[in-house]
Design a protein around this ligand. Structure first.
Ligand SMILES: Nc1ncnc2c1ncn2[C@@H]1O[C@H](COP(=O)(O)OP(=O)(O)OP(=O)(O)O)[C@@H](O)[C@H]1O
Ligand SMILES: [Mg+2]
Length: 408
């Protein structure tokens, strides 16, 4: 039986600014679908269509707007809505060119906060020169306005639209068009048909082998991101998706809307990969307090932290996964994997409790009947150390994780 808690928690008035802004957006009714013109409009009778296929060459070469041609099939056909986050709507889609099943996340780029989050996701995904099996595969990003699409490329100074997006984000005021001519960013990525980590774990019987495999996959993904100087900053079970197309479940870290590419640490290897472990992401200080409170490290609440914050979030996720500790999200009423500290009738995020009392001892395992090896107990305690310097970094974690067994 999982530990369930509803509502009773404190600390919302201390929730960081960025997270509050995300929560406020959730209360805004979803915008209507974008107006579709020309070939797009014809396709919209049955499905919604994104940038036309004929635009592909022009988009890749020139980066300029591409006009729909009446004979061209849509570049992507949207099949159904599959998810809705704080600032984006995600659709299942089919590639008009290859017939491949994909996921497309649409973000409306009017409010500066939306643009900021969209650009964060864009910069993180496009900064990766290589793929990793446990990071959601990014295909392309299309900027759409007035039913016309153009492929976005990183730092394209030729594209007036791209520059205006950056300006919108920097100035914090609407630069791009008016409400009647909205602009959208579409992120095309691999489709993860297996749901998220919450759904996967909570709909199956506990299995130490699956836990171990997931721990290794997640650690490998975070080490890859940190090696590439990306701090995710919003690791939580909802942002960990699953595919089972090849048999065994494969985890995919997704949702880079709060991520940070640590600029200035971009020393690249000969082949363009960022392999220089000496360029240390753990020495890059970040200051915007953001994330989802139950997974936030104590130093994130204070707004002075490094990539070690991702290690803390991973510690919370793994601890909750092994013991199946859940809470009910007050806003969505969904059951989510996550550990917390009980204080009377309230539940408090572990990071927040550690901020108040850094000497607080964590009781791992939390449940008497949980069978946990000494190795995993110690590893979790280290990952959840109040002082980030006492936590292993992602590279140390990779070698330690390999050696631990879950059950005693
Ligand atoms: N590649 C994908 N394949 C399948 N489903 C996906 C994919 N990407 C996202 N989703 C679904 O859409 C939901 C929202 O996606 P995502 O987390 O990227 O958006 P978001 O707006 O950043 O959300 P939030 O800020 O609330 O975390 C996910 O929780 C998931 O259910
Ligand atoms: Mg999300």
């Amino acid at each position: 039986m999982e530990t369930r808690h509803d509502g009773g928690r404190r600390g919302t008035q201390r929730a960081p600014e960025r997270r509050l802004r995300r929560a406020e957006r959730e209360r805004v009714p979803p915008p209507p679908p974008p107006p579709l013109r020309g070939a797009c409009a014809a396709a919209a009778a049955t499905t919604k269509a994104l940038a036309p296929a004929s635009a592909s060459t022009a988009m890749e070469v020139g980066g300029g707007p591409s006009q729909a041609s009446s004979s061209s099939p849509p570049r992507y056909r949207l099949v159904a809505e599959i998810g809705r986050g704080a600032y984006g709507v995600v659709y299942e889609a089919v590639s008009g060119r290859t017939g491949a099943r994909l996921a497309v996340k649409r973000i409306r780029c009017d409010a500066p906060e939306n643009v900021e989050l969209a650009l964060a996701e864009f910069w993180a995904l496009t900064s990766l020169r290589r793929r990793h099996p446990n990071v959601v595969r990014f295909e392309e990003c299309v900027l759409q306005r007035d039913g016309l699409g153009q492929r976005m490329s990183h730092g394209n100074k030729q594209s007036a639209l791209y520059l205006r997006l950056v300006e919108t984000s920097l100035k914090g005021e609407r630069i791009l068009g008016y409400a009647e001519e909205p602009c959208y960013l579409w992120f095309v990525m691999e489709y993860c048909e297996g749901g998220d980590l919450n759904q996967y774990i909570l709909s199956r019987r506990p299995d130490p082998a699956t836990n171990k495999s997931f721990m290794l996959q997640l650690t490998s993904a975070i080490a890859f991101l940190h090696k590439n100087h990306i701090v995710h900053r919003d690791l939580k079970p909802d942002n960990i998706l699953i595919t089972e197309t090849s048999g065994a479940p494969i985890l995919k870290v997704a949702d880079f809307g709060l991520s940070k590419v640590c600029a200035g640490l971009t020393a690249r290897g000969k082949d363009g990969g960022n392999d220089d472990k000496n360029v240390n992401v753990n020495k890059y200080w970040l200051s915007s307090a953001c994330g989802s409170d139950f997974y936030m490290a104590p130093e994130v609440w204070e707004g002075h932290y490094t990539a070690k914050a991702d290690i803390f979030a991973l510690g919370i996720i793994i601890w909750a996964m092994i013991e199946r500790i859940t809470f009910i999200d007050a806003e969505t009423k969904k059951e989510l994997l996550g550990t917390y500290i009980k204080q009377g009738t309230e539940i408090v995020p572990v990071g927040e409790a550690l901020l108040e009392n850094p000497k607080m001892e964590l009781h791992i395992p939390q449940k008497r009947r949980t069978s946990m090896s000494e190795g995993i107990k110690q590893l979790l305690k280290d990952m959840l150390a109040a002082n980030p310097q006492d936590r292993p970094d992602a590279f140390e974690l990779e070698s330690r994780m390999d050696q631990v067994t879950c059950a005693a």
